[in-house]
Design a protein around this ligand. Sequence first.
Ligand code: PAF
Length: 285
Amino acid sequence: MSQSPLPIVRTVAELRAQVRAWRAAGQRVGFTPTMGALHEGHLSLVKLARAQADRVVVSVFVNPTQFGPNEDFDAYPRSEARDAELLAGAGCDLLYAPTVAEMYPPGFATTVTVTGVTEPLDGQARPGHFAGVATVVCKLLNQCGPDVAVFGEKDYQQLQVIRRMVRDLDLPVEIVGAPTARADDGLALSSRNAYLTAAERESAPALARALQAAGARLRAGDPVAEVEAEAVAALAAAGFGKVDYVEVRAAADLSRLGPGPIDAPARILAAAFHGKTRLIDNMAV
Ligand code: PAF
């Protein structure tokens, strides 16, 4: 245990002992997995978990297996003491912060692979990313054994991957998606926003604006291909660099839609670099 007023455990055994005690007392357990560097978006997930459960566990684990070799694993912001303070204020009861060795002990040799929904978008742009996410989330859910687990819609594809995995593997947990928390200027809150320079931060809301404008055009019946192209052009005009994707997809399984007007619930999703920072966002259509 740390000096923080919020209890912190680092082993599966300690986590299970606490959750077992709560369950024995008839309490419902909520869980929010995170990679730390917490912001208001994470805290909104914790509050949603709190509203659905008697006790809330939050994990902070920067998962090495979901980062590619040239990605920002080493640079990813880490701030456990601050995270613990914020969590205590948001109604979290227990912080689970395992070490890499606890999560992946020597000899670890199992990967959870979800097909289909992992393949487009970030599956193309970040090979291996969703295998890392599915594996660690499967482990975290098994380690904690919550009744309900809350994930943000900001990572919409990740949320669909987790829903698919939980259904396919019969994991006994309810998955709840939480709306994306945004700054006043519309930028989706993300730990990676800390990488933006002041000038990039000022123009970064162009991503949310491009998706909003795209959504309005799609609802007006404009063809998908035209709307996607216009959003890409808006990002270039705002100073964004490489655009990994701006795509309109079926909301449920992220399958590709035809190039014409949409005729089913859809989601527009984007990932693009602003300077060195890769930003993602998505909106319902
Ligand atoms: O969304 C995240 O922060 C991570 O991908 C998650 C779900 C905690 C798994 O490492």
